[in-house]
Design a protein around this ligand. Structure first.
Ligand SMILES: C[S@@+](CC[C@H](N)C(=O)[O-])C[C@H]1O[C@@H](n2cnc3c(N)ncnc32)[C@H](O)[C@@H]1O
Length: 252
């Protein structure tokens, strides 16, 4: 290409690049504005809920440890950490009992619970005959840990990240676990992370022991196509808010 033509071409490209840069900045600003608006809305909703909670709080004080009290704590935690709390209310009794039914109280070894929250499933496990001293509870939320410590003083409580379960528990568990029961909001995590979690759990469990998980989703939170485990599901529990299903996985 002759030199003047090349220079014209370069100028054109330069102009196009500058235009692209301007467009990119405009789009970035628009996205930032939308994010700020979303954040303001979330804070606004959070504040409204906080105000309602404060109105209710004096009435709740005398009835410490009741379900309404737990719901208030849960909503608070959801406002602060929506993705890791994963639910606006604790599991209902029917869902908690359905989870606990998959654990044989006479099997040997510890029973691990991941993400026990305020403890509805823990309570159901104890009700079905699991000795509280066999329970190993892994919870990341410090406020929930304080509640669990008072409610289940005989259980072993680990305040930490359940996705690092192997490292947290390998020296703590003196024998293979009889079951791992999980209330973690698995579907907020990438599939790879969920599969690593269940594989780590299987490493800590006795052969054939169940990994029990509830979900609000329609499909299995652990995709069966990856193999290595069997999966069975309970009926959908419509009485829970929101309706949920319990999945049980065993290593094949
Ligand atoms: C959907 S709630 C279920 C709580 C309780 N099991 C129930 O059924 O009401 C999820 C729980 O998992 C906890 N959680 C979330 N991510 C966690 C993590 N990485 N490690 C430990 N706990 C976690 C949350 O703090 C919360 O208590």
């Amino acid at each position: 290409m002759p030199l003047p033509a090349l220079q014209t071409f370069e100028r054109k490209i330069g102009r196009q690049l500058r235009l692209l840069e301007i467009r990119k900045t405009i789009i970035e600003r628009k996205i930032e504005r939308q994010l700020r608006l979303l954040e303001q809305k979330r804070t606004g909703i959070g504040r409204k809920i906080e105000q309602r909670i404060k109105q209710f709080e004096p009435k709740l004080e005398p009835k410490r440890g009741n379900r309404l009290d737990d719901e208030v704590r849960f909503i608070r935690s959801w406002i602060e950490r929506p993705l890791s709390t994963g639910a606006v209310t604790p599991s209902g009794k029917i869902l908690a009992r359905t989870m606990a039914r998959y654990v044989d109280p006479n099997s040997a070894g510890p029973v691990v619970e991941l993400g026990p929250g305020t403890g509805p499933v823990t309570e159901a496990l104890v009700e079905t005959g699991v000795d509280p001293s066999r329970l190993v509870l892994v919870e990341s939320n410090p406020a929930f840990c304080r509640i669990l410590r008072t409610r289940f003083p005989e259980a072993t409580l680990v305040q930490g990240d359940a996705y690092r379960m192997r490292r947290l528990l390998e020296t703590l568990l003196l024998e293979p676990a009889a079951a791992v029961v999980s209330g973690l909001p698995l579907i907020t995590k990438p599939v790879k992370m969920r599969l690593r979690l269940i594989r780590d759990a299987f490493e800590l469990m006795a052969p054939g022991a169940p990994f029990v998980q509830f979900t609000y989703a329609v499909a299995s939170p652990l995709p069966k196509r990856f193999g290595g485990f069997s999966a069975e599901a309970s009926e959908r529990i419509w009485m829970n808010i929101p309706p949920a299903r319990v999945w049980v996985y065993r290593r094949t």
